[in-house]
Design a protein around this ligand. Structure first.
Ligand code: FES
Length: 111
């Protein structure tokens, strides 16, 4: 079972930017890559650090604490020290609103 959760307006995430939202107190990072919205867990899989304090590097986000990069489409950790991928969440954009398809219960996060 999954649920569709409205998290933001498209205007909240202009192309080339990141925007942190919370679902049930869990941080989720929205990223607009040339018009495609991606959603990944908002904190690093290596240690607790908010990824919106990092920076976009092409199709990846770089954690500012130890500089691991993560593929925003797959969540894959591209550089050490992080090994676990970021959890990714399916995104739907309808009528200018961004929704995430999440499982019932706790939002999954890799940490
Ligand atoms: S906390 Fe992100 S790479 Fe270490």
């Amino acid at each position: 079972m999954s649920r569709l959760v409205d998290v933001a307006g498209l205007q909240d995430v202009p192309p080339g930017t990141m925007h942190m939202v919370q679902v049930d107190d869990t941080d989720i990072l929205l990223v607009n890559l040339d018009g495609t919205i991606r959603a990944v867990q908002g904190t690093c899989s290596h240690e607790y650090f908010e990824l919106d304090r990092g920076f976009l590097t092409g199709d990846s986000v770089t954690c500012a604490l130890h500089l691991s990069r993560f593929d925003l489409a797959t969540g894959e950790a591209l550089d050490p020290p992080a090994e676990l991928p970021l959890q990714t969440y399916p995104v739907r954009v309808v009528d200018g609103r961004i929704s995430l398809e999440l499982p019932e219960g706790p939002v999954p996060v890799n940490q």
